[in-house]
Design a protein around this ligand. Sequence first.
Ligand code: M6R
Length: 611
Amino acid sequence: MSRSNVVERLVEGLKRLEYRGYDSAGVAITTDNLIDRRRAAGKIINLEAELAKNPLNGNKGIGHTRWATHGEAHAHNAHPHSSDKVAIVHNGIIENFADLKKDLQEKGHTFESETDTEVVVHQITDFLTTNNDPLLAVKQTLKKLHGAFSLVIIFKEYNDLMICTRSGSPLVLGYSEEDIYVGSDALALAAWTQDLVYLKEKDLAVIKDEGQHFSVTIYDEQDIIVERPHHQSRLNIDAVNKGSYNHYMLKEIYEQPFVIGETFNSLVENSTHVPHVIRETLTQLPLAEVNRIAIIACGTSYYAGMTAKYWLESYAKISVDVDIASEFRYREPLITQYDLVIFISQSGETIDTLSALRLVKEQNVKVASILNMPESSMARESDYVIQTQAGPEIGVASTKAFTCQLLTLAMITLQAAHAKGHLSTKKLEEELNTLLHLPSKILNVLQHDEAIQEISKQFVEKRDVLYLGRGTNYPIALEGALKLKELSYIHAEAYPAGELKHGPIALIDHQLPVVVLAPYDKWFEKTLSNVQEVIARGAYVVAITDTKGAALFKNQGMKNTHIIEIPIENHMLVSPIAYSIPMQLLSYYTAYFKGTDVDQPRNLAKSVTVE
Ligand code: M6R
């Protein structure tokens, strides 16, 4: 809500939110007893083209970029949705929309989209027609909605009013001298205001043009007027640009030596001085007392958790369970007061992970979260927050956030092992010193960029790729397969190399490339035998290994094998982080040569805020 035209700012803000979804976009304004809107299928660039053809002006407006849930990615399903009385943007899912829609249709409402959102439009319109009270109509509607949602509503006959509310999905208000902003992420508002108020669960805010100023009244779940604290955002939108790189993803891959170093520095005081002192962020974790650690996350973050299981069990002798958040939250998990539950999320907004976190907190168990976004819902709801220093990650496929999560988990492992008495102070110092030098090792791995480009060209036409790894590199193989699927749409699967003979070996023929992660570690000899088995069946193998491993591969005179030699010594904490880099480059270049949309692959969103 502003004193000047908001449409350009709406579009600018949506661009910063495009990581949430890019199936369609739209804006609507309310002015002089009129609601007017522009919408377009596809990315925001299409909305800009539509606005160039049919400009829109107004001082009060809403905008949305959509990740399709109900209804295809078409302009008629794009938000804002509107009636002759209101227009709405919505994040989340209205789970009981089918029942509500049926009732409304019976009352004579006609729908123009397949979305769940449109029932909210018609339900508010329905109440408004009878009571002529916008606030009451919204409150009555909210009582009927099931699911997770955030909503912003403008009214045709009440141009001085905007109502927003959240239940499950995040919403933040931004205050500036002139204007009031509302967004689902502080990043969307960062260009205009740093003065933020995060709405609490089930809050409803009424923003009103009082003539001389704008007022904001917040009602809590009990319908009582409340004050919510103001936060000063530290987000820097200048960090969000591609520089000289073709894609954000490549830039983010190349940022890893720096951000890994920054993450290390954030966890260790005076990181170049010996002895190293681990900061309170980690020492305050109740690691000495815990019997068991549960790690919960989704996607790439889940694979970081899987890697940490190997580390924590080996170094700290703590039993670790790793769960996919969407499974954990629905399977009546057993968590006790003696457990530490660690959530991992780049965005801090993934609804499955956030809901799992809330489930654990309901049981009065303390939670720690490893997050890249300090101003996120999970950061606000966790007992301990360990922030990675990856910086804004714009490419939908996670790269630098993943390796920073791994480093953070490696540090937690060392702290836990020391706290439990399984790692002497001298040994801890040695391990920290190894991690201190991780950035230069990553730089070294990045020098294999060109060799990996050549291999990627051979992957472009492939239908399937198999990834194999053992131990700490099994989760990295899983991550490699996920990256390839996400970016190039090539079917990829990862298996622990030892599991191959129990079924997947049937897939092997001369068409199938097999990527093997094989540092010279305690699993190496076994992996080498598995590689012989796939070569014997005609597969083409890409082996990623170190100098010792490469010598042994060559010694065995393997046919059809391309070796990428990473000249760094094997180390249990370092190896999975270092071997993630060739996985990222392989997927990036395969997608690049195939010509897919690297930064915004089809059907995906960076932050998945619906179930
Ligand atoms: O933000 P989060 O770490 O919670 O996101 C979890 C997954 O959605 C995410 O890692 C996803 O798998 C990425 N697209 C991976 O590249």
